[in-house]
Design a protein around this ligand. Structure first.
Ligand SMILES: Nc1ncnc2c1ncn2[C@@H]1O[C@H](COP(=O)(O)OP(=O)(O)OP(=O)(O)O)[C@@H](O)[C@H]1O
Length: 565
């Protein structure tokens, strides 16, 4: 407590409080009604003389608030709003930030989400507007790319005529930036780590050179004995993704008579055995669990492999999959040098593809190949928020989320009839519960979550892709790799648990060749969500990458031994 003598000092202090705009009902009450909080007392001094001096005891927190206000007033306020488009648009317009405003290196932006841990903030919102119309990975998007767009085609990347014609048939004419960088390196025989943003066309960046090489090997084999061995294996974290990649592979392989098969878990060993029963495919797309089971039972041999692709590598090196992946890697002779990928005794080329990479990638890989020889390819906008997708954040009570979701879905149908939406929940139970609620509201939808039996799950995503239903309620199982080109709206019904999950979920819109006006809407409910949202707002205002995302292979640290003296 700080004591002030009533008279000039106390009244001046009260004046400061009043003029500072601080609302201080306790102080007003205390001084007028002589009640607690601020104790006003009269001092009796020596002898019979009563000194008429009252003392107000001021709590420290109030004193420091006054100091803060004084200091804040001393500073000149920087306006972050300029003429033109807004990058950040908030409920409180004074916190808006223009697209043309660049924050200074040491400038601390005031976040619109600053008070979002407090219950009073329910109903607050802010929006990160899209500042670009086209995705950065479309070559020719930047001025310096202009020439590239008109000159670089798949032909100039030495992709054969048949494949080029197949791509033209599905409306793909020019390579994306990730394809421009990756295809030549794969063709040269390098092991690669390709880290590029979601929806940038990573699948074709590895499938095109793989199919082209297998076609060449098949032609060379025509006069010799065919080995009937699997040549390329693509490992992915989910059955839905395996089906999707296999569909692209089948389209590319069609002119050459190469076969693609998939194998996934959840259907028993009999089903796995059936896949390898008579003829082995040229390309196998597999989930790790099923592949490990097949290897343990000797249903297939990976010693003749030409390519091992690990797609969605961030998930595959996650502790839940990494032990299986390690097992698979140990069954393959992986090349350490491009020279080893050619000739009769060739070894397999390793292609790792993903948008983020966990710390222990190096630990696992160092057991099977030379880390120093892996070529790392990173896209320019990796781990940035997508500049071509509008992202809205709404602080909302848990009990109001269903109504907000219903409004958003209704608005989508009003704005764009037939526009598709994906609604992400953090748990399978929430998917089920939300599904029933939407059913009661008459919203047609499909549900997809990992606890569904394999038979029920099969085909759900494909039917959503084909447009048989416009709303998909799902867990993060649908956030990795699945191509949702017709989706216009992503709703984070539950806020994702990490930045990585946010990037992958948001990446289901704004994809190459997909609809152009995609949007992400996130509901923020819990105090623990707020920190992640604040990091996202800060990254948007500062135009930096999201914190804590990895895209490097880190050399494993040498194990330190504690030597006993
Ligand atoms: N060069 C291209 N031009 C136009 N569209 C393309 C091109 N390459 C790929 N696409 C399309 O872009 C979409 C996204 O491709 P893909 O699924 O390979 O992206 P991705 O980078 O693997 O995404 P994610 O990180 O989500 O797995 C697909 O619909 C694909 O057909």
């Amino acid at each position: 407590m700080q004591a002030l003598k009533v008279g000039c000092s106390a009244s001046a202090w009260l004046k400061t409080l009043g003029s500072s705009g601080l609302h201080c009902p306790e102080l007003v009450k205390a001084t007028s009604c002589r009640r607690v909080h601020l104790s006003v007392s009269r001092f009796c001094q020596t002898g019979s003389k009563v000194e008429d001096t009252a003392v107000i005891r001021v709590p420290r927190y109030l004193a420091s608030r006054v100091e803060n206000v004084k200091q804040a007033r001393g500073k000149s306020k920087i306006s972050t709003v300029r003429a033109g488009k807004l990058l950040i648009q908030c409920k409180n317009p004074t916190l808006n930030q223009s697209a043309g405003y660049v924050l200074g290196k040491f400038e601390q932006p005031v976040l619109s989400t600053k008070g979002w841990k407090h219950n009073k903030s329910f109903g607050d919102y802010f929006c990160i507007n899209n500042t670009k119309d086209v995705a950065p990975y479309i070559a020719g998007n930047r001025k310096e790319d202009d020439e590239q767009k008109t000159t670089v085609t798949f032909k100039s990347l030495h992709i054969c005529k048949e494949l080029e014609e197949t791509l033209h048939g599905i409306g793909i004419t020019h390579p994306t930036t990730v394809q421009l960088q990756t295809i030549p390196q794969v063709m040269r025989g390098h092991n690669i780590l390709c880290a590029a943003e979601t929806g940038s066309g990573k699948t074709l960046s590895y499938l095109l050179p793989v199919v082209q090489r297998l076609k060449a090997e098949r032609q060379a084999e025509i006069n010799s004995e065919s080995t009937n061995e699997i040549r390329a294996v693509v490992v992915v974290p989910s059955r839905e993704l395996a089906e999707q990649i296999a569909a692209v592979s089948r389209t590319l392989c069609a002119p050459f008579g190469l076969h693609t098969k998939t194998v996934g878990g959840g259907r028993g060993v009999g089903h796995i055995k059936e896949v390898f029963w008579r003829e082995h495919p040229d390309i196998l797309v597999a989930t790790p669990g099923a592949l490990v089971k097949a290897l343990q039972r000797n249903y297939l041999d990976l010693s003749e492999l030409s390519f091992l692709v690990v797609d969605e590598a961030d998930t595959m090196f996650d502790p839940s999959f990494s032990h299986m992946l390690e097992d698979i890697l140990l069954h393959v002779n992986i090349a350490s040098d491009p020279k080893e990928t050619r000739g009769l005794d060739h070894k397999a080329q390793l292609l790792l593809v993903g948008a983020t990479f966990p710390r222990d990638v190096g630990e696992v890989l160092s057991k099977v190949t030379d880390l120093g020889k892996i070529v790392t390819l990173k896209s320019r906008m990796l781990h940035y928020l997508m500049p071509h997708v509008k992202q809205r954040f709404l602080k909302v009570k848990g009990s109001d989320k269903v109504v907000e979701l219903y409004q958003a879905l209704k608005q989508l149908q009003l704005d764009k009839e037939g526009g598709a939406a994906v609604v992400f929940c953090n748990k399978s139970a929430t998917v089920n519960w939300l599904g029933y609620s939407l059913e009661e509201m008459g919203v047609q939808h499909a549900r997809l979550q990992g606890e569904m039996p394999a038979v029920v799950r099969s085909g759900i995503f494909r039917s959503f892709q084909k447009g048989m239903t416009n709303v998909l309620v799902c867990t993060d199982i649908a956030s990795r790799g699945l191509d949702t080109s017709r989706v216009r709206l992503i709703v984070n019904y539950d806020f994702p648990e990490s930045h990585t999950d946010y990037i992958h979920r948001a990446g289901r819109v704004g994809r190459a060749g997909g609809v152009e006006d995609g949007e992400v809407l996130s509901f923020v409910t819990h105090p623990w969500d707020v920190e992640l949202v604040q990091n996202i707002e800060m990254a948007a205002r500062r135009r930096t990458t999201l914190p804590g995302m990895k895209s490097e292979i880190q050399e494993p640290k040498p194990k330190t031994m504690n030597l006993k003296e």
